[in-house]
Structure formats: structure tokens, C-alpha cells
Design a protein around this ligand. Structure first.
Ligand SMILES: [Zn+2]
Length: 81
């Protein structure tokens, strides 16, 4: 797969900043359970941003199959216009 390198880079960065980083969505203290976010809600917000093109670096490790599935789900949910 061509995205292996990208995933590895992101993984390294995630590990380095894991403890000190606040929630990137609302800047609250991140919860280990929802790392790097403070809550499931913020994780969803971020995921939506990422899938809609604002982010280019994945913040979570996902299998390509998962991504396809998510994209389908979001396509259903976000389809408007
Ligand atoms: Zn948050």
C-alpha cells in the first residue's frame, strides 16, 4: 500500500506528543481514552474535518477497509448540496 510511509510518520509524531498535547479541536486536556482528543465528540469532529479535506495527515491509524467504510458512511450522512 502506498500510504504505509505516511502512517509511520504520523505514528512517530503521535507518540512524541502523546502526553502533553491538548485536544486539537477544543484545546481541553486530552483524555487518554480518546487520545489525542478530549472526547469521542471531538474525535468525530476532527475525523469529519479530515475526511472533508482539511487535514492531509491521518490522526488515527486506520485500515484501508475501515477508511472505505467510513467514507461511505460519511458520504451518506454529509451528502447535501
Ligand atoms: Zn475536545
Amino acid at each position: 500500500m502506498s500510504d504505509e510511509a505516511e502512517k509511520g510518520e504520523a505514528g512517530k509524531t503521535e507518540t512524541a506528543f502523546r502526553r502533553a498535547r491538548p485536544c486539537p479541536v477544543c484545546s481541553k486536556l486530552s483524555a487518554e481514552r480518546f487520545h489525542p482528543f478530549c472526547s469521542k465528540r471531538c474525535a468525530d469532529v476532527d475525523l469529519n474535518r479530515w475526511l472533508s479535506g482539511s487535514y492531509t495527515v491521518p490522526v488515527v491509524e486506520m485500515e484501508p477497509e475501515d477508511f472505505d467504510e467510513l467514507e461511505r458512511e460519511l458520504g451518506k450522512a454529509v451528502k447535501h448540496g
